[in-house]
Design a protein around this ligand. Structure first.
Ligand code: ATP
Ligand code: MG
Length: 439
């Protein structure tokens, strides 16, 4: 983003003009070196937070206690952090207090991995005391300093190591992996929310399966305060689920619920438990609900299909299945049905048994057509409302009305009746009469 780049250079320039040192640091320098898109630029400076606040017109004291001030320049936000070192870590977590230092190399030393410990000045010169650039070229994740000590200080770094290995397709060096296996139990000290944020970056990144493989191999998440469901070992992990899971890398990363629903389902979390599960992992409620809905849709649709199979293939088997699909569309809503279709299209292509794949593909194609054809999903889309039906029936309101309206909605969605006022009133008066006039 050239705009961000320009504005960032203005921030550096201002600091330099006032006699301070200033560098781009961390993720943005790493991503530039890897020719990856840069989404935000962090700045490290010798200026103290008060100096930074005094130098710029628009600032927000976002993390003063850690030396961080957000500077807004030309509509772009930059986190400007005073060079610091982190000396005391309590309980294997981020330090509560920091100490400001004079040199950028000291600041780089507190950072987690060599590739995240590179600074770039305004002319493009790199300060790279831990050979992060070489590690990027080798494709390895390496701690700054002694891995055991760095994980001991802040146990979250173990999850971050797996996150970066997954997102970049990098390999943790042996010493890092050894330290991780040795220190993994310390993850229990880390707030679930911080772990969840790293897991989101792993699962929503370009190579989620790699992250999952590393998480499984390490057993790291077993030590989190809230555990994830674990497939015990590779044998116990059903082949079919593995096949399904292999679609994860190809699924779009947004909406998030697509990937999470596939993951939780293959881990064996039932649809009814997904939402509370995700909330215990501090996922936002909306994500949790959407994820749960996709899993529940999948379960309901599988049930419907196997009931049909049990009944046997009658002449109108296909029509019955179509009606089941439409019922589910209305129950779960159009968007959940659409998400399921997206998800399923990719998972099916992974089925290895040719015959099964053919069958599933045919069914999916029909479901897609049914989906495209459903015209109404909610009562508000009907050409008649409850009041009009009630008036026509000449009866007092009650539960009968809601149920009758639901039947009208279904009949319209099935295509049994036109979505026109008179046609719907006629329908309310006749076909469903027997059921509803007895009450
Ligand atoms: P992203 O592209 O996901 O933002 P990032 O490298 O910028 O990746 P952040 O979590 O934004 O990651 O952190 C910014 C920088 O702060 C990192 O590059 C690293 O130098 C440092 N850092 C972040 N978390 C830690 C940690 N737990 N321990 C040590 N250094 C850290
Ligand atoms: Mg960042």
């Amino acid at each position: 983003d050239p705009l961000m780049q320009d504005q960032g250079e203005k921030v550096l320039q201002t600091l330099l003009e006032h006699g301070f040192q200033a560098f781009f640091v961390g993720g943005c320098v790493r991503d530039e070196l890897m020719a990856r898109p840069v989404h935000d630029m962090d700045i490290a400076t010798s200026a103290k937070p008060d100096d930074v606040i005094g130098l710029f017109e628009h600032t927000v004291p976002t993390g003063i206690q850690h030396g961080t001030v957000t500077v807004l320049m030309g509509g772009v936000a930059f986190e400007v952090t005073t060079f610091r070192k982190e000396s005391q870590y309590a309980d294997h977590r981020r330090p509560t207090s920091v100490e400001f230092v004079d040199a950028v190399t000291e600041d780089l030393q507190r950072r987690d991995f060599t590739m995240n410990a590179i600074a770039r000045d305004i002319d493009g010169h790199l300060t790279d005391p831990f050979c992060g650039q070489a590690d990027i070229e080798r494709g390895v994740i390496r701690c700054v300093g002694v891995a055991e000590e760095r994980f001991e200080e802040d146990a979250l770094r173990m999850v971050r190591a797996i996150r970066f290995a997954s997102v970049f397709g990098f390999r943790p060096v042996k010493s890092l992996w050894k330290a991780l296996m040795h220190g993994k139990n310390k993850l229990s000290y880390i707030a679930i929310e911080r772990i969840r944020i790293e897991l989101e970056k792993t699962i929503l990144g370009p190579k989620p399966l790699r992250g999952l493989a590393l998480l499984e191999r390490s057993g790291l998440l077993k030590h989190a305060k809230v555990s994830l469901p674990q497939y015990e070992n590779s044998e116990g992990f059903l082949h079919a689920q593995k096949v399904l899971l292999s679609a994860l890398d190809q699924l779009p990363a947004t909406p998030e619920a697509l990937r999470w629903s596939l993951l939780f389902q293959t881990l064996g979390v039932p649809g009814d438990e997904v939402a509370s599960y995700m909330k215990s992992w501090t996922f936002p409620n909306a994500t949790a609900q959407e994820t749960a809905a996709i899993v529940r849709f999948d379960e309901a649709w599988s049930r419907a299909k196997s009931e049909m199979d049990a009944v046997g293939k009658s002449d109108n088997g296909e029509e019955l299945l179509r009606r089941e699909w439409i019922k589910l569309e209305i129950l779960f809503g159009k968007s959940v049905a659409a998400l399921w279709l997206t998800r399923q299209g990719l998972s099916i292509s992974k089925l290895d048994c040719n015959e099964g794949r053919q069958k599933e593909q045919n069914l999916l194609r029909r479901a897609q057509i049914w989906h495209d054809e459903v015209r109404v999903h909610t009562l508000s889309e009907l050409a008649v409302n409850g009041g009009e039906v009630q008036q026509m029936k000449g009866r007092k309101g009650g539960p009968w009305l809601g149920e009758l309206m639901k039947e009208l909605l279904l009949a319209t969605a099935y295509g049994d009746v036109q979505n026109e006022k008179q046609a719907l009133l006629d329908r309310a008066n006749t076909v469903v009469k027997e059921t509803w006039d007895q009450a």
